[in-house]
Design a protein around this ligand. Structure first.
Ligand code: HEC
Length: 123
């Protein structure tokens, strides 16, 4: 019975709101606040970036790419078209934020429990 429970949690996959996050970095708890602050200005419908990072569903397919671009400090972009937002270097991610995103992707880019995100933003 217990084994079956574990198996079903694993089978439910990383996308389901599994309560067991094993201390892994989750989208809702740690990653979403970083995206809100640094990415959603462009990565939302109607803005210049081609895909939206407003929700787990639209962000998850990009997890690996996100790891690459933040690791390489390509996103958020330092300079953009003068018609849009211009970012200075100070607007980039901190090393701690980059590490959080890398850990999230390496840990399976899980969503995590929904309400945890709003209560405990990552620091
Ligand atoms: C100033 C606007 C802006 C901000 C802020 C921004 N992006 Fe982007 N992003 C873009 C645009 C425009 C593109 C599409 C053109 C390109 O790939 O350069 C893009 C593309 C991407 C891509 C796809 C790259 C590829 O090779 O296909 C990823 C992944 C990404 N952004 C992640 C992020 C993350 C993560 C953040 C926040 C840490 C972020 N972006 C912040 C504008 C932005």
């Amino acid at each position: 019975m217990f084994r079956w429970f574990i198996a079903s949690v694993l089978l439910a996959g990383t996308a389901a709101a599994a309560d067991v996050t094993d201390g892994r970095v989750t989208f809702n708890r740690e990653v979403l606040p970083i995206l809100e602050k640094n990415c959603q200005g462009c990565h939302r419908p109607g803005q210049i970036a081609p895909m939206s990072f407003l929700t787990y569903e639209t962000t998850r397919p990009w997890a690996r790419k996100i790891k690459v671009v933040v690791g390489a400090k390509k996103m958020p972009p330092a300079v953009t078209s003068p018609h849009y937002i211009v970012l200075t270097k100070d607007d980039g991610l901190s090393q701690a934020e980059i590490d959080t995103i890398v850990k999230w992707v390496d840990g399976g880019a899980i969503e995590g429990p929904a309400e945890a995100g709003r209560k405990k933003p990552a620091k």
